[in-house]
Design a protein around this ligand. Structure first.
Ligand SMILES: Cc1cc2nc3c(=O)[nH]c(=O)nc-3n(C[C@H](O)[C@H](O)[C@H](O)COP(=O)(O)O)c2cc1C
Length: 185
């Protein structure tokens, strides 16, 4: 059976290394199993504001529906100042809220949803953001697969060219995560 995987990229920039990592990962997942991969577009999701929660913005309803329709999620994220980028945190905050505004028994789009993550960053290879993200995803009751995921460092050549190249060793690490993830989905 085809597994529907939803990618979420924690960087909005077009040439994002994390977007490039996601493209490499999509190729691997397609080689390993029967998957349908979509990347969530959440650029139109407004800032979290409880004042607008009752008349839910259309963009929030849409991203919730896309999350609900997926079998599992893979987040690719950079680290911003040792923490989760604001755009990704904002999206997760919206996804963490009850489906029926004010009714905490109505469930959320993400509770119980399988998720894994990884990231490209500087020298510390997104270590801090991945630790933070694990706590956040546990808190919003997602089922986190593959622990704190894997981190990759963009080198000087990548920062100059805006092109991410993965070493054979890094490719093998990503592939192992893709295999473990698909086994669990
Ligand atoms: C606001 C901001 C804060 C950053 N803080 C960190 C950081 O704490 N650790 C790190 O490794 N890189 C940091 N960086 C550099 C990013 O790792 C780098 O810009 C990376 O390319 C962003 O990911 P992307 O290519 O997917 O957009 C920061 C970048 C920005 C824009």
């Amino acid at each position: 059976m085809t597994k529907k995987i939803l990618f979420i990229i924690g960087s909005l920039r077009t040439k994002s290394f994390n977007r490039q990592l996601a493209a490499k990962c999509a190729e691997m997942l397609k080689e390993i199993g029967n998957v349908e991969i979509k990347t969530l577009d959440y650029t139109d999701v407004p800032f979290m504001n409880q004042d607008v929660e009752t008349a839910l913005p259309a963009a929030v309803s849409r991203v919730r529906a896309e999350v609900q329709a997926s079998d599992a999620i893979w987040i690719f994220t950079p680290e911003y100042n040792f923490a989760v980028p604001g755009v990704l945190k904002n999206l997760l905050d919206w996804l963490s809220r009850p489906l029926v505004p004010g009714d905490f028994s109505s469930g959320t789009a993400v509770a119980g949803k399988k998720v894994t993550f990884c990231g490209v960053g500087g020298k510390n290879a997104t270590k801090n953001v991945r630790a933070d993200l694990k706590k956040l995803l546990d808190f919003i009751r997602m089922e986190v697969l593959c622990g704190e995921g894997n981190g990759f460092s963009a080198d000087a050549a990548a920062f100059q060219s805006d092109i991410l190249t993965l070493s054979d060793e890094d490719s093998a690490i990503l592939r192992k995560q893709a295999e473990d993830f698909l086994k669990a989905v």
